[in-house]
Design a binder for this molecule. Sequence first.
Ligand SMILES: Nc1ncnc2c1ncn2[C@@H]1O[C@H](COP(=O)(O)OP(=O)(O)O)[C@@H](O)[C@H]1O
Ligand SMILES: [Mg+2]
Length: 265
Amino acid sequence: MINGPRILVHAVSLYCAGRGIALDVRSDGWLLLLDHAGSRRLIFGYDLGLNSAVAHRLASDKAATAEVLSLAGVACVPHVLFMRPPFEAPAAAAAMLERLEAHPGGLVVKPNEGTSGRHVERVSDQRGLECAVEAIFARGADVAISPLLAVENEVRVILLEGDPLIVYTKERRPPEWRHNLELGARPVLLDTGAAREACVTLARSAAATIGIRFASVDVVLAAGRWQVLEINSGVVMEVLGRMHPERVDAAYAQALDLVFAGADL
Ligand SMILES: Nc1ncnc2c1ncn2[C@@H]1O[C@H](COP(=O)(O)OP(=O)(O)O)[C@@H](O)[C@H]1O
Ligand SMILES: [Mg+2]
């Protein structure tokens, strides 16, 4: 299981062992079959089956998430979608340039359905913009463009039906400008304080707005204002789990209690 969801599989194994649930681990941990007295549950990747298809798809789409959140008045970082060729609108190139003119401080270009900070680029001129967009299109992905914010702090709230299971701030290591743990940022637990309260309140509204039950909501502080950056429907805690294994096992156990709700464990 070199690239598999090791921390999740560990947490699920502990949970099942403690409750007499039979667990069959397949595909290097990417597919888990859980059986309890004839009631079967499936876990695929980081999908525990708690989120509806529409909530999962909205969360996976940064531009759609931003649109739904802003329609509901939830503070969020705007993300505008540009579809890959041949689906792009004829005026797409001009519309991208307009965004650059509207935001002289620069833009962030990213795959609309990306994860882990991959291919997320800051651009400040036309050439940089075109290169970043082309690189994403070449991978067959759509692009989301947002204004570049001076992010003072980025916090992740792991929510289960509105209940904040784990909240942590991501401390990036310069010169890396992105806050992804996969790119070296360090998670620091945020168990009390005003920042935590502000982030949890915002994350709850965001999750309720797209109707997601189990999610990681990323919020950023920029220009003195907390705003939702993205919602992840897969709750990945691989890096956090190496530092705080008990917290992560407990969080997944709470989610699994909901997975087995009504199954009379
Ligand atoms: N508009 C933005 N302004 C400033 N920083 C950003 C912006 N968008 C993304 N980032 C930085 O890049 C990182 C990755 O972007 P994100 O939208 O979360 O994509 P991914 O899903 O690949 O993690 C974020 O954690 C944040 O630090
Ligand atoms: Mg992210």
